[in-house]
Design a protein around this ligand. Structure first.
Ligand SMILES: [Zn+2]
Length: 272
């Protein structure tokens, strides 16, 4: 059994060093999803705000494709320049179209959803998907998975081939432990009354609970935030799920307009 390793790799020199960019300076970059030439300041290269003038990709979307090419093809390439490799199998969990579409053109990649077809519930996977994939992507999904979240990490690892890559993001805080908002979720439902949402839960041992301070991502009633992870807790989850090692992929790739000004909520790559 491999000893679990976690490390951080900075590749600032190879792909442009943000430390050498003046405040307000416009950096030319190519969108690695659609191939469009853009420019932007470091401040404009934000995790969530669109910064490609053509496809509207943000830093997180471009990072998912950057990491797929770097980790699976061993070279970071813009997707339009990648020769199709249908022998490489990938799976997405509610991936955004901006990168899911070009990934599907280049690889045997399938995007899946919790609510619509093709369906996949990461908490309860079909045995037919086990050991099938060279890469699995889950970007800002695991904070919404019904607890216990440990089984989702384990299922992601089980779907990968040996040596397969789990390309992962969630919002996380640098300090402390994960805060589970509803650790005893069992028999539960949500209801809206005058714009105010309530979550009602009956615990496994029959206690009634009610919560009103619900946090949604993507608008009220859509995707409920179940937890706020911490960096240390994530490392623990990957290790417990049987991944052999973890890379915190906080490196910049300025030629693709990828830049992480802060050490939290950055991508991670876990190796099966
Ligand atoms: Zn684009």
């Amino acid at each position: 059994m491999l000893r679990f390793r976690a490390w951080r790799r900075w590749r600032g020199d190879a792909d442009g060093d943000p430390a050498h960019v003046a405040p307000g300076e416009r950096i030319p970059f190519v969108c690695n999803l659609c191939g469009t030439a853009n420019s932007g300041t470091l401040t404009e290269l934000s995790r969530e705000a669109p910064s490609c003038t053509h496809c509207g990709s943000n830093v997180r979307f471009r990072a998912m494709a950057y990491l797929t090419t770097l980790e699976v093809l061993v070279r970071a390439q813009p997707l339009p320049e990648v020769a199709p490799r249908k022998d490489i199998f990938g799976l997405g969990l509610s991936d955004a179209d901006a990168y899911a579409r070009p990934l599907a053109e280049k690889f045997s990649y399938e995007n899946t959803y919790y609510h619509t077809q093709p369906r996949l519930d990461i908490a309860n996977i079909d045995a037919a998907r086990e050991g099938r994939y060279d890469f699995v992507i889950a970007s800002d999904v695991f904070e919404h998975v019904v607890p216990p979240v440990a089984r989702a990490f384990e299922n992601a690892r089980r779907m990968l081939k040996p040596g397969g890559k789990f390309i992962f993001t969630v919002p996380f805080v640098p300090e402390g432990d994960t805060r589970e908002h509803y650790p005893e979720l069992h028999d539960w439902s949500m209801a809206e009354n005058n714009g105010r949402w309530t979550l009602t839960n009956r615990t496994d041992d029959g206690r009634e609970q009610s919560f009103t301070d619900l946090v949604f991502h993507g608008g009220p009633g859509s995707t409920l935030e179940m937890r706020l992870f911490s960096g240390a807790a994530l490392e623990r989850e990957f290790r417990a799920a049987g991944f052999s090692c973890l890379r915190v992929a906080a490196e910049s790739c300025l030629r693709f307009g990828i830049h992480w000004p802060e050490p939290w909520s950055v991508p991670m790559v876990a190796y099966a």
